[in-house]
Ligand binder design. Structure first.
Ligand SMILES: [Zn+2]
Length: 256
């Protein structure tokens, strides 16, 4: 299969990546800057089609793969940067592949108006902004697509995937757990499990300890009437709070 034979030098990869980038700015209705603030499902499709043009000689279009694909962003997907779902095509279902991208991770990995250059390592690249992150996530999903087309199966844990992703896109890391809510919480809000924080809830002020972090933090707040109790007899109530509403405390508060 022709798709399995592609391979580019580092320089060729950079040049093609830049071309895709430039065309996104020209053709996308929403993406006009690297740290775009609005994006649509059409942008995932556009980027995929540009990769098809610049990396694969329009193989996906000419072999009628693209027309059997759907593209979307998900706000709920928080553990993986992207996902490629593979379906059986039937009369009722013309969609064979759905490429889904985590809007949550793309947006939260970079601040809106970052003047400081904070990079996020993705697929082995120091990624500077949302667009670059989105592109590397799509690259990873394209390798899954190629494997599904060639072998009816795909795994980014296996050597074949790693070889393909490296020779076509120069990837040196191959995981879906590219960025996690936990990592972002650490970076952006400087919070981690075990930290003491304060927050307001329903007009009351609480102090508590972070028990778990996903999209929100699970905070065990000190509360005389709480139903949770630790070994020292402190009582707690459990709250789920968005990270941005938490204020880090320097030390453990003394329960009043
Ligand atoms: Zn993967």
């Amino acid at each position: 299969m022709k798709l399995l034979t592609y391979g580019y030098s580092k320089q060729e990869i950079n040049e093609r990546f830049e071309k895709v980038c430039q065309q996104v700015f020209i053709q996308s209705k929403q993406i006009k800057t690297g740290n775009f603030q609005v994006v649509s499902n059409d942008d995932v499709k556009l980027i995929f089609e540009l990769y098809d043009t610049y990396f694969f000689d329009n193989y996906f279009k000419e072999n009628k793969v693209t027309e059997k694909m759907a593209f979307d962003f998900s706000k709920k997907m928080t553990s993986a940067g992207g996902k490629l779902m593979y379906y059986k095509v039937t009369n009722k279902n013309p969609i064979q592949f759905r490429m889904r991208i985590s809007a949550y991770l793309i947006f939260n990995s970079f601040k809106n108006n970052s003047t400081k250059t904070k990079t996020v390592n993705l697929a082995g690249f120091e990624t500077k902004n949302r667009l670059e992150a989105l592109m590397h996530v799509i690259e990873h999903e394209i390798i899954h697509l190629i494997e599904f087309l060639a072998f009816n199966d795909s795994s980014c844990k296996k050597d074949n995937f790693k070889k393909l992703a490296n020779s076509i896109f120069g990837h040196t890391a191959f995981t879906h757990q590219l960025l996690t809510g936990k990592m972002e919480a650490l970076k952006e809000y400087d919070l981690k499990i075990g930290d003491w924080v304060s927050f307001s809830f329903d007009g009351r002020y609480y102090k508590g300890i972070i028990h778990r972090i996903t999209k929100r933090a699970t905070v065990m707040a000190l509360d005389k009437n709480g139903i949770y109790k630790d070994a020292k007899g402190n009582r707690f109530t459990k709250y789920y709070i968005l990270l941005k509403y938490l204020k880090k405390l320097d030390k453990k508060p003394i329960q009043s």
